[in-house]
Design a protein around this ligand. Structure first.
Ligand SMILES: Nc1ncnc2c1ncn2[C@@H]1O[C@H](COP(=O)(O)OP(=O)(O)OP(=O)(O)O)[C@@H](O)[C@H]1O
Length: 283
């Protein structure tokens, strides 16, 4: 549904940011985009949402080129940036003005999400705190029912109960014809939600794998247990002790530690990719 081919993007003549980026995302999935500061996540999200123009190469969403900003594209896109600046309107007025732009907008779902986030429907947007504004906008974005939903750091600014509410709401947001792309530094906030992991560094995609395949090929253990040295791909001292990421020849199901996977991939992307390439279907 999203196809990026040989994408070249540069902010200025001297710095090429994406130098032939390729990426595919399919409907029905929730993609978690992980990367350090400056890795290129926001630039990728802005390209996919049509806020930046590719210098060369193509980016297509459902066959349309985002930068053309055609109606058929815009009415199926909702982008929630990290910081939401909302107009000084009542929630009802905001709804009356902006909901008609989205043909599949669900007023009942919007009310339900607001209720779940404890935001009064008869309130004013300018009277809400930063976190409440963000929740009101997330509720609107989900109720818009677009085929592409992009969220930049959605849990930033949310308190602990709101993060739980967010996860509950998001777990019902997936649809077979919808792509959800989330970027985050707070991997533990979103790790249960995402179905596919994209790790970026230095404007390149280092790893792009389904969580099911990660679970099949890798296992994560606290190193109190005995693990054959040859199976260990990466290990790291954490506050809870030494954690090891290992080959998983027996396909034992363990909890995926996304932080460890992220650090392991950044430290040796070739090795981590080789694990998946050796076992690609058809090999
Ligand atoms: N408007 C701009 N002009 C020039 N360079 C830019 C501009 N915006 C971003 N960059 C550069 O592009 C690179 C990627 O930035 P980007 O904002 O995409 O990273 P990010 O992964 O979203 O980072 P963060 O996690 O800090 O939000 C960085 O090196 C950044 O300095």
């Amino acid at each position: 549904m999203i196809t990026i081919r040989n994408l070249i993007y540069r902010y200025n003549k001297h710095t090429v940011l994406f130098d032939g980026l390729n990426l595919e995302m399919q409907a029905g999935k929730i993609y978690g985009l992980l990367g350090k500061n400056g890795a290129g996540k926001s630039t990728l999200m802005k390209t996919v949402t049509g806020l930046l123009f590719p210098f060369k190469g193509t980016c297509k969403v459902n066959g349309l080129q985002p930068f053309k900003r055609e109606q058929g594209f815009l009415e199926q896109l909702f982008f929630i940036p990290e910081e939401c600046y909302l107009p000084s309107l009542s929630i009802n007025r905001f709804l009356a003005i902006y909901a008609p732009f989205y043909p599949s907008f669900s007023h009942s779902a919007y009310k339900e999400y607001l209720k779940e986030f404890n935001i009064p429907i008869d309130g004013n947007l300018h009277q809400l705190s930063f976190g409440q504004k963000k929740k009101a906008f997330i509720a609107f974005g989900l109720a818009a029912n677009t085929r592409l939903l992009v969220m930049d750091e959605p849990t930033n600014g949310l308190d602990i109960p709101s993060k739980v509410q967010f996860r509950n709401i998001m777990s019902r947001a997936s649809r077979p014809d919808k792509v959800i792309l989330l970027s985050t530094h707070q991997v533990r906030d979103l790790d249960d939600l995402i179905s596919s992991v994209i790790i970026m560094d230095d404007s390149r995609i280092l790893l792009h794998e389904e969580k099911d395949r990660i679970m099949e090929q890798l296992s994560f253990y606290n190193k109190q247990r005995h693990i054959p040295q040859d199976d260990i791909l990466y290990e790291e001292q954490t506050p809870n002790g030494l954690v090891a990421m290992c080959r998983n020849p027996q396909h034992t199901e363990t909890y995926i530690d996304l932080e460890i996977l992220f650090n392991a991939t950044l430290s040796n992307p070739v090795l981590i990719n080789s694990i998946f390439n050796q076992t690609k279907p058809g090999k």
